[in-house]
Design a protein around this ligand. Structure first.
Ligand code: UDP
Length: 464
């Protein structure tokens, strides 16, 4: 009577710390609750300090494996990050096949779950007899959209940005210009990739999504219904990392009154233009509110990819702030340049608001901390996230940009005051605190997310 061999699952992550964080959290639960062991497979292109630190901090039952680098220098210099990632996956398939075969010969490999731009790995999984799953690290609005892209591609005439709005079942209508950034230019190669991924999503045996019902109740209702030709959807979120609790900025927060500080950060890769950095700085000053700002060097070319891959600022970002700003703000503002322990920061009692690029991990972290948002979207699906957070969940206020895209200092001051002191801000804070409760209930034993993870684990255990 031998015990059944320990189930092992391979999780494939495309570059970006924001993709690895939720996968790692998911892996931890599979290990701790259901006795799995896990290999997290990354692409060489994604090596950055924050990522190595995260991967090396995981429990021993979770190993990581970086596939060898593949040449990407033939891609056009302005290739979009989603294109780079998708091409890197295709070129890594022979190495992935080798890695998975090797795992199969040493462990009881039961499934491959790949993230949003790694769908071409499904072919390799099928060849090796492994059920392919999609791990989707963002929300149902984005998932619904991507699942519909092939159909939209056949029916929508012209560019999506020119649509008055796009309505997807159960989702808030998205105004044309706010629709997913990589489908906004149909002549760009990245658009073809998104159509391709939209088709391949339907080939998965299941779609695991890092969101929860209370945040997108109507979309959840729609996607929970089985639909022919669409894999079952498992809502396992909000899965977020714990992160470190030790940093100088937390000690600064200890000195500040409750709910008084606006945390300002644009995620691991977001940067502003020089002009926008100036307006944001002077707007924060005009608002008269306390703030903690993770400052990054401006980029005027609008290219996020380099910052995204390294999660680091190149030049001294303080050098780009308005003359005398840092000195004048000494009493009320803390400026930091490097990686901050964001989760601990959001959960600090002094943090009362989050000016955020609406990256999905950041959004889930702020929901779990019960902190309302100023939506300042930059790229990827962030603009449609901002629509969902302001119009759907109503936990965010959105700053208004001028026709040229610039958000002037007066507008910064208005929206910051509105969030930190206004009635709209108070209402958003109440709602985000309700969502915090709902999120916690879902993750507890017997809750929706808990049971969704269990369902996946049971399926995987029964696979072999
Ligand atoms: N993060 C952090 N410290 C920083 C910047 C980012 O801990 O200084 C973490 C943040 O908590 C989140 C992730 O990095 O978990 C960023 O993911 P998100 O999806 O919000 O945005 P992305 O970086 O992918 O644009």
């Amino acid at each position: 009577n031998r015990a059944p061999p320990q189930p092992h699952v391979a999780l494939l992550a495309t570059p970006g710390i924001g993709h690895i964080i939720p996968l790692a959290e998911f892996a931890k639960i599979l290990v701790a609750r259901y006795g799995f062991s896990v290999t997290i497979i990354t692409l060489a292109a994604s090596a950055c300090e924050a990522q190595s630190a995260l991967l090396s901090s995981l429990p021993p039952a979770i190993s990581s494996l970086a596939l060898p680098p593949v040449p990407l220098d033939d891609l056009s210099p302005d290739a979009r990050i989603e294109t780079i990632m998708s091409v890197a996956v295709v070129r890594s398939l022979p190495d992935l096949r080798r890695a998975l075969s090797q795992l199969q010969s040493s462990v009881n490999l039961v499934a491959l779950a790949a993230d949003l731009f790694a769908t071409d790995s499904f072919t390799v999984a099928r060849e090796l007899g492994l059920p392919p799953y999609l791990f989707f690290p963002t929300n149902l609005l984005a998932l619904s959209l991507i699942l519909h892209i092939p159909e939209l591609d056949a029916t929508v005439v012209g560019e999506y940005r020119d649509l008055p709005e796009l309505r997807l079942p159960g989702c808030v209508p998205i105004p044309g210009p706010d629709i997913l950034n990589p489908i906004q230019d149909r002549s760009n190669e990245v658009y073809r990739w998104m159509v391709h991924h939209g088709r391949r999503y339907r080939e998965a045996d299941g779609i695991i999504v890092n969101t929860f019902d209370a945040l997108e109740p109507e979309a959840a209702k729609v996607l929970r219904q089985p639909e022919p030709g669409r894999p079952p959807v498992y809502l396992v979120g909000p899965l977020t990392a714990e992160g470190s609790k030790d940093a100088e900025c937390l000690r600064w927060l200890d000195q500040q009154p409750q709910d008084s500080v606006l945390f300002v950060s644009f995620g691991s890769g977001g940067t502003l233009s020089m002009a926008q950095t100036t307006e944001l700085a002077l707007g924060l000053e005009m608002s008269g509110q306390r703030f903690l700002w993770v400052v990054r060097s401006p980029t005027d070319c609008g290219d996020v990819s380099e910052a995204y891959f390294t999660a680091q600022s190149k030049a001294d970002p303080f050098a780009f702030l308005p003359e005398g700003f840092a000195d004048r703000m000494r009493e009320v503002g803390l400026l930091v340049t490097s990686w901050v322990p964001q989760v601990a920061l959001l959960n600090h009692a002094a943090t009362g608001g989050f000016l955020s690029h609406c990256g999905w991990n950041s959004t889930l972290e702020t929901v779990k901390a019960g902190v309302p948002i100023i939506a300042w979207p930059l790229f990827a699906e962030q603009r449609q996230n901002a629509v969902m957070l302001t119009k759907g969940a109503k936990i965010a206020l959105r700053r208004r940009a001028e026709a040229n895209g610039l958000v002037p200092r007066e507008e910064v001051a208005r929206v910051v005051r509105g969030l930190m002191e206004g009635d709209e801000g108070k209402a958003a804070r109440r709602r985000v605190r309700d969502l915090r409760e709902a999120a916690a209930r879902g993750l507890e034993e017997g809750g929706d997310a808990y049971r969704a993870i269990e369902e996946v684990a049971i399926k995987w255990k029964g696979t072999n």
